[in-house]
Write a protein that binds this ligand. Structure first.
Ligand code: PNS
Length: 159
């Protein structure tokens, strides 16, 4: 069984992430979307909130699960028996960064492959950073994030 992991901060999940998840889920038997918990970062959403928004966004994709991990990604993939990391790339700077990350992760786990999926044109400028900025300025969220995430943001009184 082919198992792939799509890791990220997902603070919050965007429509661009969901597009990568759908396309990656079609390539592997199982896709684990992993919310990475970086204790040194102060995210806008808690890990629980980020997981809840993701779970609602991917509820209709049967071979996708959502999990979280506080540690090295290479250790997580080993624990899950995953042989592939999926990353989305929007532009050349993403590619340069992910190329380095792939080498670091391969150094930690030589059998771990990184598969880079190009972002769809309409999502090329989407990022969680941009969404957080839009939230701060009270912009409607439906253009940027899945419905469940837009609702969660509204519930917090932010949009
Ligand atoms: O969505 P992001 O913030 O771009 O995701 C980056 C993430 C979480 C995938 C990356 O920072 C990561 O892999 N963190 C886990 C720690 C790790 O394994 N680092 C190895 C490379 S230094």
């Amino acid at each position: 069984m082919s198992v792939a992991v799509f890791p990220g901060s997902f603070d919050p999940v965007t429509l661009g992430h969901v597009d990568i998840i759908r396309r990656a889920a079609a390539c592997f038997d199982r896709l684990v979307v992993c919310v990475m918990v970086n204790s040194e970062k102060k995210p806008m959403f808690t890990a629980q909130e980020r997981m809840r928004m993701l779970r609602a966004a991917v509820a209709d994709i049967p071979n996708v699960e959502v999990d979280s991990w506080d540690g090295l990604l290479a250790h997580y993939t080993a624990q899950r028996g995953a042989s592939v990391l999926v990353k989305g790339v929007r532009n050349a700077s993403d590619f340069d960064w992910e190329y380095q990350m792939a080498a670091i992760n391969r150094g930690l786990c030589p059998t771990l492959e990184t598969v880079l999926l190009p972002a769809r044109g309409d999502y090329q400028h989407f990022s969680s950073t941009m969404v957080r900025e839009m939230i701060r300025y009270g912009q409607p969220m439906e253009r940027y994030v899945p419905e469940a995430a837009a609702e969660e943001i509204k519930r917090k009184g932010w949009a």
